[in-house]
Design a protein around this ligand. Sequence first.
Ligand SMILES: [Zn+2]
Length: 375
Amino acid sequence: MLCEAEHVLVCARCGRVFKRVVFRCPSCGGLTIFKYSDKSFSVDKSYPGIWRYRFQLPKISKTISRGEGLTPINKVMGVLVKNERFNPTGTYADRASSIISSYLLSSGIDRVRVRFEEDFTYSLAYYLDGALQVEILVDDPLSLDYSDIAVLSRAEGVSLSLESSSLGESYLSYVNPLTIEGLKTISFEIYERKVGVDRVVVPAKTGLLAFSIWKGFKDLEEIGLDIPYEVAAVFIKGSKNSFPLDLARYVKVYEIERDEVLRSLLKLCKKGFVIKPLSALAFTLSDILSNSLAIVTMGFRSLVRSNTRNTNVRREILQVLKSYGEATAYEVWKKLPIYTLRGIYKVMSSMEERGEICVEIRSRGARKVKYYRMC
Ligand SMILES: [Zn+2]
């Protein structure tokens, strides 16, 4: 259960303080926010995933981690990006799910109702893994595609309710104080790595991610640390901001024209990157502002689709092998984290088959390990 002395929740609208976890202020309906009394920032590397920052996270007795967080930071076409695709289900929602599932299991709750939200719902179902019953309420059943239904209906403990009318009852919304605590760990990772930029550019649909990243930096400032980062939230011009707080009070808000986003999207697609328009938005603004880190979710298409069109990745693999002399596929992937490990394995074994690289198998303990080198 929660050890209540170490944090409180404060209503962001009316300032009322709560010693227990409430998701919305019962007086005014405002969003509640965690405040901590611990006044130091320490990293506990013995805890997995985002729980390495447990001193600045809700005090919860059971912690569930599936390896979320510590996502790589690297340069893509001259822009520094933190790629949230390297989370277990491929999105930053996993950070929120880690906190929410830990809270739900620690609280002895055996059933939860959530509203279907594309990335978050998958992520939460994956984190709970049948440990409690999840009822998913779908607002607009016709907007689901078959693969959504297939994946979720096979997940253990999950029941899909395709009646939007049942939404009137209470349900767990993605916008809640636990989500904010999960997402803010992105800031802690940026601070811990001492990334040398002036600002963090965050793609914004509702503004929840940008607010959470601001909150992470704010928590560190309240400890007394010097935080050099500004948070920039970037919206597509004309899109509606539904965040319950006035985002401009916390972060710098930018709007980018749709045409500009599409140009950037096209440029990245031509290079083989798979990226959603919102991530492309952060990428574009980071490029314009410079000295920035963009929070993105991006992958590389050609690795999945075809083995023969991987000219770029093959060239990069050869460069790594040239600099290392020899390396395992895993060591190569550590240098090229923009690709998936599986993708690197696939491309390297096809390069081996074609004789583009040479391989030597050596024993490492009981295991046989393949070392690659230039032929
Ligand atoms: Zn209130």
